[in-house]
Design a protein around this ligand. Structure first.
Ligand SMILES: [Mn+2]
Length: 438
């Protein structure tokens, strides 16, 4: 965990770098200033008075970790950034304490006791509005420059490369999540808990409330692991032999995204599945070690398909070579998702998918050239997904598959292994394994 002086020093550099980048982007896009609005509470339905948990606009959070609705940041060339901070007196609700105290001195802070007073503090000139609330932009006379697409795209690019401060936060998010993963691994090995209980235990040991996690925990036992984003947790334990846990944590808005898969108990299926977990783990580590600067991320994804082809042959699911498995499109049925995605303020972060992937990689979320200061996940998997196996059974490639073995493994769902990787000028850094070696 970082020390407060280290955090402070890194944050100051982050702020200076962000100010310089914004100044460059604003002038090249022809704006005098931009307002980054934090967002507003969103009603769950128009028929009652409940609100969804608040998610702050990421452009706002790129500057500071405050995550409160109805705040605005004014970024104006040559001026200290200004935070318009709504602090209404309200005896129904009160926001939590401000997250950290490393950022306040970087801003001119204007506390307001009413939203209507914000307009007095807005900048003059050609001003853009970035945020969710088009009605606010309208009432401030900025609707013509509400989320200008070129500006948003240019600001998204600033989020592709992470500052030292951002890395520190992502590392800390990995540390917190690793506590949860280790606890769940131990608990699953020793007892039989329901998916819901495993989910709640993860929240407890990582000290996160459910809406605070970067994404809804994926907790899938047995065949449920074949549902890539399984979040409809079973309430009862049922003695399943496999568990896939895909869960992260947050530090000052920055996320971690980690997946592990476990198997326990006896039997031939469990033993083959154990071999499959080891093989996917091995492939994942090998892919991480083969990352090179300047390499298209999609090339790594393609290599993963070849390795999945090898694994299918090695465990006996397929009788033909790795190359033949790839050529027949067979690996796409067992590994249907992308190898990974950029990571930062959003779990699926922005700016790394400007190029469309090849047509047989429709779900790949990272198509950039690998470059220093990027952070992305590497998360290969092998699954037994009925919806994808069904058409395969009817295809010419079906003859090369050992369907009896597939049927034996299907109740165990699938395997995914995922780490968060920081790219540097030297070797890539695995931000997850430092805390969670296996
Ligand atoms: Mn992921």
């Amino acid at each position: 965990m970082f020390s407060p002086p280290q955090l402070q020093a890194c944050y100051s550099t982050h702020l200076a770098r962000l100010s310089a980048s914004y100044a460059r982007v604003l002038s090249s896009e022809g704006f005098d200033a931009v307002i980054l609005h934090s967002g507003a509470a969103k009603s769950r339905t128009r028929f009652d008075d409940q609100y969804w948990p608040f998610r702050v606009v990421p452009h706002f959070q790129h500057w500071l970790p405050l995550a409160e609705p109805e705040c605005a940041l004014v970024i104006e060339n040559g001026k200290k950034p200004k935070l318009l901070w709504l602090r209404e007196q309200n005896f129904w609700e009160r926001p939590g304490p401000a997250p950290g105290n490393h950022w306040q001195s970087g801003f001119e802070i204007v506390q307001l006791d009413g939203r209507e007073k914000m307009i007095e503090h807005l900048p003059k000139g050609k001003v853009a509005f970035i945020g969710e609330e088009e009605a606010h932009a309208k009432s401030w006379g900025l609707v013509e420059r509400f989320n200008p697409s070129h500006l948003v795209a240019a600001l998204d690019q600033l989020r592709v490369t992470k500052s030292e401060y951002e890395i520190l936060c992502i590392e800390e998010a990995n540390r917190i999540a690793s506590i949860g993963h280790a606890k769940i691994a131990e608990t699953f090995g020793a007892s039989d808990l329901s998916e819901l209980d495993l989910h709640l235990l993860y929240l407890k040991v990582t000290e996160q409330d459910d809406p605070e996690t970067p994404y809804k925990n994926i907790v899938a036992v047995g065949h449920n692991a074949a549902t890539l984003h399984h979040i409809s947790y079973e309430r009862k334990p049922r003695g399943a032999q496999s568990l896939l846990l895909d869960a992260g944590a947050v530090c000052f808005g920055y996320t971690s995204d980690i997946t592990r898969t476990y198997v326990k108990g006896k039997g031939e299926a469990a033993s083959v599945f154990g071999g499959l977990i080891a093989a996917v783990e091995n492939m994942q580590q090998r892919l991480c070690s083969e990352i090179k600067l300047g390499m298209p991320y999609e090339q790594l994804h393609e290599r993963a398909h070849l390795r999945v082809g090898e694994i299918l042959k090695d465990i006996g699911v397929s009788r033909v070579s790795a190359e033949e498995n790839v050529a027949a499109g067979l690996t796409r049925s067992f590994f249907p998702h992308g190898l990974g995605h950029s990571l930062g303020l959003q779990c699926h972060d922005v700016g790394c998918a400007l190029i469309r992937p090849q047509k047989d990689n429709p779900f790949l979320r990272n198509t950039t050239l690998i470059a220093p200061e990027q952070v992305f996940t590497v998360e290969p998997g092998v699954y037994f997904i009925e919806m994808l196996l069904e058409p395969l059974r009817a295809s010419p490639a079906a003859a090369s598959i050992d369907w009896a073995l597939v049927d034996q493994l299907t109740p165990l769902g699938g395997v995914r292994i995922e780490d968060d990787i920081q790219i540097t000028k030297d070797a890539p850094r695995n931000l997850t394994r430092a805390f969670l070696p296996h």
